[in-house]
Design a protein around this ligand. Structure first.
Ligand SMILES: *Cc1c(COP(=O)(O)O)cnc(C)c1O
Length: 390
């Protein structure tokens, strides 16, 4: 059975009532027949029937051994980080999600964990830094906001050679496009807030592991630390997942059309999209992803914060907001928004130009999205016309 079919029918009708939509079990506890004699549930932090369906669904989508739902993407990242102990080292992708960077630097570093950031687009950089103290290698591919692509299988082999686990934050691709466990990763994490839930209406995080050993550890951490996803939010995430493939296909088609359009504009400096043949590691993306994703970034030749600011306040359909992955298109200006707290020199060194704009393409018609960008480019050009620079 193909995946789009399987994901829908994997979610069974409620065994008790036949309800085709998974019921929201809004309960904190479960009545027991005798102490310890129950129907598989005793307390909702440990297990909840609505959460169980979501956890089984993401396990199936990522082809793992077990899945776990958390209150946000960062709570999921945090649960995985709790596998570490003092003295351990982490090697992480250098343009890791800002919230994960903050968590590692400001929470875990003070507990005696060292994090090294390397450019993972070249696996040699991982091989050079890895040691017997490395417990986790932490990848995102593609990354935010310049869509850097790293080779999961090659880096998994390097990690395993040193006795480390490979974690892939698969938020940007989603399991509809990329299955890191197939390429040797041990753990996948998601901000389900983005593509999996898909409607910009819920915060959620998911972890999927590929072994019983890791399943036991994460289950223990989930129950011991308690950052679980509530039943309503499990239900919203489950509802979103049922249209994941449908949405992503359209969103990726829109993104590809927009990336192509951007390459034709004289005022644009760089276009970042893994589907473009000149994108670094385009061939790696082609081999580990089925489509190239729905985020496109670009920078202006007139590389100033003001240029980007004029542009991001001139679109109508693309709404100016943090986050991505929803059905409505969004755009943001990383230099002042998502990376606003990153020191300017560090940000520029990471390749995030002052005028970089990130687009999260939704499910609108591509013609309307391109027309919206077109009129915003005209307004931006007009406002800088006297300077004849754009
Ligand atoms: C948004 C995001 C997160 C954090 O997820 P929240 O649901 O916002 O806590 C983690 N990783 C990536 C790549 C993200 O885009």
């Amino acid at each position: 059975m193909r995946e789009e079919t399987n994901v829908l029918h994997h979610i069974l009708a409620d065994p008790l009532t036949g309800a085709i939509s998974t019921p929201i079990y809004q309960t904190s506890t479960f009545v027991q027949e005798a102490p310890g004699v129950n129907q598989g549930y005793d307390y909702a932090r440990t297990n909840n029937p609505t959460r169980k369906v979501l956890e089984e669904t993401i396990t199936s989508l990522e082809e793992g051994a077990a899945g776990f739902a958390f209150a946000s993407g960062l709570a999921a990242v945090d649960a995985v980080a709790k596998l570490l102990q003092a003295g351990d080292e982490v090697i992480a992708v250098d343009d890791i999600y800002g919230g994960s960077f903050r968590l590692f630097q400001h929470i875990y570093q003070k507990f005696g964990i060292t994090i090294k950031y390397v450019d993972t687009t070249d696996p040699e950089n991982v091989a050079r830094e890895i040691s017997s103290r490395t417990r986790l290698v932490w990848l995102e591919t593609p990354t935010n906001p310049t869509l850097k692509v790293s080779d999961i299988q090659t880096i998994a082999d390097i990690a395993h050679g040193a006795g480390a686990w490979l974690v892939v934050d698969n938020t940007f691709a989603s399991p509809a496009l990329q299955k890191p466990l197939r390429h040797g990763a041990d753990i996948v994490v998601h901000s389900a807030t983005k593509y999996l839930a898909g409607h910009s209406d819920v915060l959620a995080g998911l972890v999927v592991v590929d072994s019983e050993e890791l399943a036991e550890k994460i289950k223990f951490i989930q129950n011991a630390t308690g950052g679980v996803l509530g039943p309503w939010d499990c239900w919203l995430t489950l509802r979103g997942i049922q249209t994941l493939h449908l949405r992503l296909e359209k969103q990726c088609r829109n993104a590809a059309a927009i990336a192509q359009y951007l390459t034709t504009l004289p005022s644009i400096d760089k276009v970042y999209y893994p589907g473009l043949e000149n994108h670094k590691n385009h061939d790696v993306a082609s081999s580990q992803q089925t489509l190239f994703g729905a985020v496109v970034s670009f920078s202006f030749k007139h590389d100033t914060v003001e240029t980007a600011n004029r542009f991001v306040t001139s679109t109508h359909l693309f709404k100016l907001a943090e986050s991505l992955g929803g059905v409505k298109s969004l755009l943001c200006h990383p230099a002042t928004m998502t990376h606003g707290s990153t020191p300017t020199d560090v940000r520029r060194a990471a390749g995030i130009q002052d005028s970089l704009v990130r687009l999260s393409c939704g499910i609108e018609h591509a013609d309307d999205l391109i027309a919206d960008l077109g009129q915003a480019f005209s307004l931006t050009r007009l406002s800088f016309a006297q300077k004849a620079i754009i």
